[in-house]
Design a binder for this molecule. Structure first.
Ligand code: 4NP
Length: 154
């Protein structure tokens, strides 16, 4: 059986999707399950860059160092390499639909659709916000990460 694999996609891969990656890595370790986890951006402007300082600070305040993460742009190959691709907001989801190759095996969906009561909502882009907005991002992606692990466990 192949290991479950999950890719998180936001716009820049420096704010929301690295936090989602970190949250799921932490939940997977806590649950003792192996998952292939990565994150990417719709755009490539930040490719090679570490996460936004505020995202790094938010992760650190939750005991996780994401300073070694590096941004990358999503690729067509990702649609074959990952079982699940989660878009952080609706625009990311539309953009993924535009990029997806015809032979895509990945199931692509909106991240918060898996959180009961939060279906159809976005993980709001904190890039032009404050540190508090990053705390909200962490809350959202942590809820989603717990759901992903719960689903994989049953
Ligand atoms: P992210 O946030 O999509 O959560 O990584 C953003 C990062 C960079 C930009 C926009 C959003 N940007 O316009 O450069």
């Amino acid at each position: 059986m192949t290991q479950p694999s999950v890719l998180f996609v936001c716009l820049g891969n420096i704010c929301r999707s690295p936090l989602a990656e970190a949250a799921l890595r932490a939940e997977a370790v806590a649950a003792g399950i192996a998952i292939t986890i990565d994150s990417a951006g719709i755009g490539g402007w930040h490719a090679g860059s570490p996460p936004d300082e505020r995202a790094q600070a938010e992760a650190l305040s939750n005991g996780i160092d994401i300073g070694g993460y590096r941004a990358r742009q999503v690729s067509q190959d990702d649609f074959r390499r990952f079982e699940r691709i989660f878009a952080l907001d609706q625009q990311n989801l539309r953009d993924l639909g535009r990029i997806a190759p015809r032979r895509a095996s990945a199931k692509v969906g909106l991240l918060m659709d898996i959180v009961p009561g939060r279906e159809g909502t976005a993980v709001i882009d904190p890039y032009f916000g404050t540190q508090e907005d990053f705390a909200q991002t962490w809350e959202d992606v942590s809820l989603a990460a717990k759901q992903i692990v719960a689903r994989l466990m049953r």
